[in-house]
Design a protein around this ligand. Structure first.
Ligand code: PLP
Length: 372
């Protein structure tokens, strides 16, 4: 299997640890180890203190899988497998797809959601949003892409990079369409629970449809990407078994310390998510003012969920150059739309971090000096 390079990850590899100000990250403010461990209840504290660093159970620590299952309505611990989030995508695609299968995927998006399928030899159709309609993904367009031979539909809501979140009725329609097509639904829900409006959280796909597989993890909403902890949750135990067999060829089992820290995080999910969501909402209010002030240069479609957005840049027609100059001259990292193969008019901007107001001030000063 030959696979093209992952453009977004290569861009991060180049700049994430050298640029001083990060305005492109999709994860929320990372928690410190001390903060997380201090949240442990007695039982989890014991697990942490007595942990031996042997191999772990291939599907994940039973207590961790039980905590994960508790976050869903209709999922048993047996319907959960633990792996790094990116690994979960790889495992699902490589174990469930074969050359010639038809796949539909939201686009633009996180590259592995369609690239792995393409590299396997699948035919991939893109379901694209309408920027002029607040980046809406129209279910009618999806209906037009589905075929009798469609094997899998890969969705990602809240959406990376636009921040689009469908209404509950659009989402129900979408799940119904996939069900009627008899396809597997791989639902990337990495940003679920970071909804801007109250009560806008969509049901998990795995609770709505028995052939849906929900992907989630601790990287974005919990601010714990360094744990590399994600999971797939489904009622399709046959599919999960095949995914588990594929994992024997990647990591075999998860990292033992990460699993215990994950148990601590999940047992404190309400408090952790509340803190991250409050920061995201605060930062969005700050962004409203920023885009108002810089409306001559940047056009903003306010995200409905997640910690990232995809503004259009009006003061240049080459966001590759714009981002290169920004990191060179002001030490600020933004992500050009080209890493999503989406032309040169957009940038991805992240707003889950504590220093966002300071970075925006610098960005505003840069724009004023460079373009006015
Ligand atoms: C939509 C989406 N899915 C999956 C991932 C993978 O998560 P991780 O980097 O924690 O493996 C990301 C990371 O950016 C993402 O944005």
């Amino acid at each position: 299997m030959r696979i093209p390079r992952f453009e977004l990850e290569r861009y991060f590899a180049r700049h994430e640890f050298s640029a001083r100000y990060l305005l492109a990250c999709s994860d929320c403010e990372p928690l410190s180890m001390a903060e997380l461990v201090s949240m442990a209840d007695h039982d989890a504290g014991e697990l942490w203190q007595s942990l031996r660093l042997g191999y772990t159970e291939s599907a994940g620590h039973p207590t961790l899988r039980a905590e994960i299952a508790r976050a869903y309505e209709r999922i048993d611990p047996a319907g959960v497998i633990v792996a790094a989030p990116e690994e979960c995508i790889f495992l699902a695609m490589t174990s469930l797809l074969a050359p010639g299968d038809h796949v539909v995927c939201t686009f633009p998006g996180y590259q592995s959601l369609f690239e792995i399928a393409r590299s396997i030899g699948c035919e991939v159709s893109f379901w694209e949003p309408d920027e002029e309609n607040s980046w809406r993904f129209d279910p009618d367009k999806l209906a037009g892409l589905l075929r009798e031979s469609t094997r899998l539909v890969a969705l990602n809501f809240p959406h990376n990079p636009t921040g689009y979140l469908p209404s509950a009725s659009d989402f129900a329609e979408v799940v119904g369409l996939v069900r009627d097509a008899g396809a597997i639904l791989l639902s990337d829900e990495m940003y679920r629970h970071l909804e801007v409006e109250e009560d806008a959280t969509l049901p998990a796909a795995c609770d709505l449809y028995d052939r849906a597989i929900s992907l989630s993890g601790l990287s974005k909403v919990y601010g714990l990407p360094g744990l590399r902890l994600g999971w797939l949750a489904t009622r399709d135990l046959e599919a999960l078994e095949r995914i588990g067999e594929m994992k024997d060829y990647t990591t075999i089992c998860h990292s033992a310390p990460s699993e215990i820290l994950g148990i601590i995080a999940l047992r404190n999910r309400v408090a952790i998510i509340e803190g991250q969501l409050a920061r995201v909402r605060r930062n969005l209010a700050r962004l409203d003012a920023f885009f108002e002030e810089n409306g001559d240069c940047l056009r903003w479609t306010r995200p409905r969920g997640g910690s990232i957005g995809f503004p259009r840049v009006e003061c240049t027609d080459d966001t590759d150059r714009f981002c290169a100059e920004l990191v060179e001259d002001a030490d600020i990292m933004l992500l050009p739309g080209s890493v999503f193969s989406y032309g040169k008019r957009h940038v991805r901007l992240g707003f889950g971090r504590e220093d966002l107001p300071e970075v925006l001030d610098r960005f505003g000063t840069y724009l004023a000096g460079r373009f006015r």
